[in-house]
Design a protein around this ligand. Structure first.
Ligand code: BJW
Ligand code: ZN
Length: 242
């Protein structure tokens, strides 16, 4: 289908749906200058995830892991929401029941003005004590690396979800419930390879329509009713237009 016709169809489906679940990944923030993980220029092209984004890596070398996160925190703190994030803010205002489920840790959905965001992989600006569990939000760089807990002196870690770790239970449950009651699921800018987020699409009920927006086809392109290929910042404003 021609892109304009696809956008038109997705727009009609969205306006007919009472309940919409949106699943986003790194591609939604790419046009804000946030590097994606996989694909050209992706973070994993230069770093092996098992070296940096696992509890084992952190136990082995907390300073190395923190240096990588400090670099990304600084880069992302300077990034601003783009038209894709803004379109999803408009959709939330208009839609009776919309859930925004994100794998992103950059906080750009909230910065754009989305009110209810389910962050499945945590947040880059959260810092949590490995010893007492105290968590704080801090956008400024830590005074020294690795940072230490003001309460108990324990080693602190980035408040994100690493490979092999459980996702925040409440966010995952709410995400699953949102997809199960959705009349339309919109999947934007994710390679769809990381579980359990990748499995959420399969929880959509019979009769639920599904639309995928991505620069290129992914494994999930086969699972949806309509796949739109192009930049999220160009396509989303079109499909949520009134
Ligand atoms: C555009 C665009 C534009 C570009 N417009 N599009 C084998 C099978 C199944 C599962 C497993 C398995 N082996 C291991 C697992 C489990 C593992 C997993 O899924 N591994 C697979 C990779 C194989 N999962 C886990 O470990 C999860 N936990 C878990 O399973 O726990 C079990 C458990 C239960 C109970 C107790 C204990 C344990 C945790 C996963 C955590 C993922 N964490 C990361 C890092 C977060 C912190 C950080 O940022 O450093 O999350 S990994 C990374 O990938 C990050 C992302 O959120 C996640 C997903 O990536 P995403 O968003 O899809 O980005 P990309 O780069 O992959 O794709 C971008 C897409 O955008 C591309 O398609 C582009 O084309 C597109 N794009 N520009 C539109 N302008
Ligand atoms: Zn502590």
């Amino acid at each position: 289908m021609e892109r304009e016709a696809g956008i038109e169809r997705a727009r009609a489906w969205i306006s007919e749906a009472g309940s919409v679940a949106v699943l986003t990944g790194a591609g939604v923030s790419a046009e804000s200058g946030v590097p994606t993980f996989r694909g050209p220029g992706g973070l994993w092209r230069e770093h092996r995830p098992e070296d940096l984004a696992t509890p084992e890596a952190f136990a082995r070398d907390p300073l190395l892991v923190w240096e990588w996160y400090a670099y990304r925190r600084e880069l992302i703190a300077a990034c601003r929401p783009n038209p894709a994030h803004e379109a999803l803010v408009r959709l939330e205002k208009r839609c009776e029941d919309m859930s925004l489920i994100t794998q992103n840790v950059d906080g750009l959905h909230a910065l754009a003005g989305s009110r209810r965001v389910l962050e499945l992989h945590g947040n880059l600006f959260a810092i949590r004590c490995c010893n007492c569990g105290a968590e704080r939000q801090q956008r400024e760089p830590p005074a020294s690396l690795p940072p230490r807990c003001a309460r108990c002196g324990g080693l602190e870690r980035p408040g994100v979800v690493w490979f092999g770790e459980a996702l925040p239970g409440q966010a995952l449950e709410s995400a699953l419930a949102a997809v199960r009651r959705a009349e339309l699921v919109l999947v934007v800018g994710t390679s769809g390879v990381v579980w359990p987020a990748a499995g959420l699409l399969q929880a959509a009920p019979d009769g639920c329509r599904s639309v995928l927006v991505n620069l290129e086809p992914t494994d999930q392109s086969e699972q949806v009713d309509l796949a739109l290929h192009g930049k999220a910042g160009e396509i989303l404003p079109g499909i949520v237009a009134a």
